[in-house]
Design a protein around this ligand. Structure first.
Ligand SMILES: *[C@@H]1O[C@H](CO)[C@@H](O)[C@H](O)[C@H]1NC(C)=O
Ligand SMILES: *[C@@H]1O[C@H](CO)[C@@H](O)[C@H](O)[C@H]1NC(C)=O
Length: 205
């Protein structure tokens, strides 16, 4: 393995080790004053999603803001997913800066960044539609914007799947590939959870 890769992998590992720690620390601080009722609400709602542990991990920090509101739960899940996608994009785009990458590797990274970019675009549109849902003056307006939010979130999910396919080639360094894939898989799981919480909110309205 080339020296550059080793250095790159070290940097990535350090970044990767530190970011969940920071998230956990924030969660502990923000979650400590949350009511049991709010935490229970998030727990039981997360149980209905496909990735309950991921759901709980990313949302419990916001228990105070969410309380027992399905609307705030769905919105927060979507907002958290959007910022996760933004940090994934930053992470993947930084990979291109390292010397010694093969042309095909650079191409795969660029393609991936473009796909994450599309994901961010779709999630941003969904966030906007959710906001319009909140301002809806009647059931028709609500249903219209809700349906748009659902469509954009599903579209974001489809995008993330194709990004990990692009990294499946044998030419990509195994550890880089795995660290990128882990983040994309995580973003995809959060998107899937956000979609099911949005659907649950839509049904309750
Ligand atoms: C989600 O993000 C949007 C746009 O930044 C913001 O207006 C909204 O208040 C946020 N919602 C929650 C529940 O944090
Ligand atoms: C990402 O999207 C924005 C607008 O949606 C665009 O201006 C930018 O060039 C895109 N970047 C990449 C790397 O595709």
């Amino acid at each position: 393995m080339a020296k550059q890769y080793q250095a790159l992998f070290l940097v990535l590992s350090i970044c990767y080790l530190f970011s969940p720690d920071l998230t956990a620390a924030t969660a502990a601080t923000a979650g400590s004053g949350a009511s049991k009722e709010a935490v229970n609400f998030i727990q039981s709602s997360c149980k209905t999603t496909t990735y309950p542990a991921v759901c709980l991990h990313s949302l419990s920090a916001y228990a105070n803001a969410i309380q027992t509101s399905p609307k705030r739960l769905a919105e927060t899940a979507l907002n958290v997913t959007l910022s996760r996608a933004q940090s994934t994009k930053l992470f993947v785009s930084r990979l291109t800066r390292f010397k010694g990458l093969k042309k095909r590797e650079v191409e795969a990274i660029k393609d991936c960044v473009e796909e994450i970019n599309d994901t961010i675009d779709r999630l941003t549109k969904s966030v906007q539609e959710m906001k319009l849902c909140g301002n809806a003056k009647n059931q028709d307006q609500f249903s219209f914007h809700m349906s748009n939010a659902q469509t954009w979130t599903s579209a974001a999910l489809t995008d993330e799947n194709t990004c990990s396919d692009g990294f499946s080639g044998r030419y990509m360094d195994g550890r880089i590939k795995n660290s990128v894939r882990a983040r994309i898989v995580n973003t995809g799981q959060e998107t899937s959870n956000a979609l099911s919480l949005i659907n649950a909110y839509a049904k309750k309205y």
